[in-house]
Ligand binder design. Structure first.
Ligand code: NOJ
Length: 524
């Protein structure tokens, strides 16, 4: 059986507003994405995932959709989207969109009608409940800002549910019309050549039908899965979501080539995450592994997470690795504290693990989080939650050392501040064969030659060094420590190296500098 196209692919997340502006308004757009496709082809990317492209009032930058069948006018038109899909396909690059099925915008016509006319059938597309026993919200669920997940609709005296902002009302996935509507939405975009969807809040669509209180968290719970001291076992993570994904999977599989469903499964244990693939591997084909993303960059921890992940996945399923996205600090900052040696080692690790990798725009040049003045911050959810603004990880792409980094024409008011483009940019790194950009390209080329193939076999597991091989001829070794180390029994040619070594032969003994990673191709 041949492997499906997403298995082992290199996907690249484009936060469209921040990637490339084509019309001087300081906001990235679809024409900008088209103009950047040559960069991605040169780099060796197989597919792009575009952060939300649908019309939206932008209270959560597109994660509050007001029309699932359109394109946000700030980003372009449907014709631009069609052209992008075509231009990408000429370069062998597939286009995945972001689907937000957990909630709509409160400006979506469904919700506008649901709120203004409680007898409308649209009312039933959302989760409404009467006040709790003593008055006040129906239960203890909290939204992403830490406030009650319920907002009172005064005219009707009922509350509506929102797991995120009050302007993002949750859909009721027990409702057959909602289910039917989303199958139409999926088919609409699949018919237009979209290769798949990243599914926002994939673990959260179905809520407990009795709206039971979420239990208090204990010390055994990962801090990243606890919400205001509660574990979301009723407000999210319901097993009944499996029916939805089985149906979507059948739809995705009915296309040629099959379309991919990539879940934002915010579940911190690999075992819990693996459930979204389905025991029979008949649900989502790919799931984000947040346990891995939030782990420390240490050989022992990472090796253990990889082992657990691979052991949990159903037969034939593809693991997915990622280090950065638009919601979390970029890995060159979070894992590597800005130390280039560490972030290059992390890049090798990500690209050499068996399975699919999702790089976040800028990972290829080692872009870090960007400091921004308070008055430029736009992330409403972070302000309400009193958390670090996600804007720091969404700064515009640094293409060159121009004042606006080649992201937008000089003088254009960029929607978020630029980082230090003189220090880090694509153009300078293209001219430097030792740059992170060239390292990344080498790794992606090696992926096409089997670097990330299945059959993971650890050779050394921590505490400082971790080394493994797959079914192909490649051995990857990463030293995730500040100490020099040696790996015995590796003979072949070094084909990727984060240090200064370059291409060379090794016989039996591999010397690893601190925070150093190499890929060795065995002979024969
Ligand atoms: C997850 C998205 O990645 C995040 O950016 C968004 O705020 C929430 N879901 C709500 O849609």
């Amino acid at each position: 059986m041949t492997e499906p196209w997403w298995s082992g692919a290199t996907l690249y997340q484009i936060y469209v507003r921040s990637w490339k502006d084509s019309n001087g308004d300081g906001i990235g757009d679809l024409q900008g994405v088209i103009s950047g496709l040559d960069h991605l082809e040169w780099l060796g990317v197989d597919g792009i995932w575009l952060s939300p492209t649908m019309p939206s009032p932008n209270r959560d930058w597109g994660y509050d959709v007001s029309d699932y069948y359109g394109v946000h006018p700030e980003l372009g038109t449907e014709a631009d989207m069609a052209r992008l899909i075509e231009e990408a396909s000429w370069r062998g690059i597939r286009v995945l969109l972001d689907l937000v099925p957990n909630h709509t915008s409160d400006a979506h016509p469904w919700f506008v009608q649901a709120r203004s006319d409680p007898s409308s059938p649209m009312r039933e597309r959302y989760v409404w409940a009467k006040p709790g026993a003593g008055g006040g919200p129906p239960n203890n669920w909290r939204d992403a800002t830490g406030a009650s997940a319920w907002t009172l609709d005064e005219p009707s005296g009922q509350y509506y549910l929102h797991n995120f902002l009050p302007s993002q009302p949750d859909l009721d996935w027990w409702n057959g019309e909602v289910r039917a509507e989303f199958e139409r939405i999926l088919a609409y975009w699949f018919d237009r050549g979209v290769a798949g969807f990243r599914i926002d809040v994939a673990h959260g669509l179905v809520k407990d039908s009795q709206l039971r209180d979420d239990p208090e968290a204990g010390p055994e719970h990962h801090p990243m899965e606890v919400r205001s001291g509660l574990v979301p076992v009723y407000s999210a993570n319901r097993p009944e979501v499996a029916d939805i994904y089985r149906r979507w999977r059948r739809l995705a599989d009915s296309y040629e080539p099959p379309r991919a469903l990539l879940g934002e499964t915010w579940v911190l244990s690999p075992e819990g995450m693996a459930r979204f693939y389905g025991e029979e591997a008949d649900q989502l084909q790919l799931c984000f592994n947040f346990g891995f993303l939030f782990a420390d960059l240490s050989a022992g921890t990472m090796a253990d997470l990889v082992r657990r992940t691979l052991a949990s996945l159903p037969e034939g399923a593809t693991p997915l690795w990622t280090g950065s996205n638009h919601d979390v600090s970029r890995f060159p900052t979070r894992w590597a504290a800005g130390d280039e040696r560490r972030s290059r080692a992390a890049l090798v690790m990500l690209c050499a693990l068996p399975g699919t990798v999702v790089l976040y725009y800028g990972d290829e040049i080692g872009m870090t989080d960007v400091e921004m003045p308070e008055e430029r911050l736009l992330d409403e959810m972070a302000v309400l939650a009193g958390r670090t603004s996600r804007d720091h990880f969404r700064s515009p792409m640094q293409w060159s050392d121009r004042p606006n980094g080649g992201f937008a024409e000089d003088g254009a008011p960029t929607w978020l501040p630029m980082g230090d483009c003189a220090a880090l940019n694509v153009r300078a790194q293209r001219a430097d064969p030792r740059s992170t950009l060239h390292l990344c390209r080498t790794l992606l080329m090696l992926r096409r030659r089997g670097l990330a193939s299945s059959g993971y076999r650890p050779l050394v597991e921590g505490p400082d060094v971790w080394a493994w091989e797959g079914a192909s001829r490649f051995v990857t070794a990463v030293n995730l420590s500040p100490r020099t180390a040696e790996v015995a029994g590796v003979t072949g040619t070094v084909v990727a190296d984060t240090g200064d070594g370059g291409r060379r032969s090794v016989a039996e003994r591999l010397v690893m500098e601190p925070w150093h990673a190499v890929v060795v191709e065995r002979e024969g």
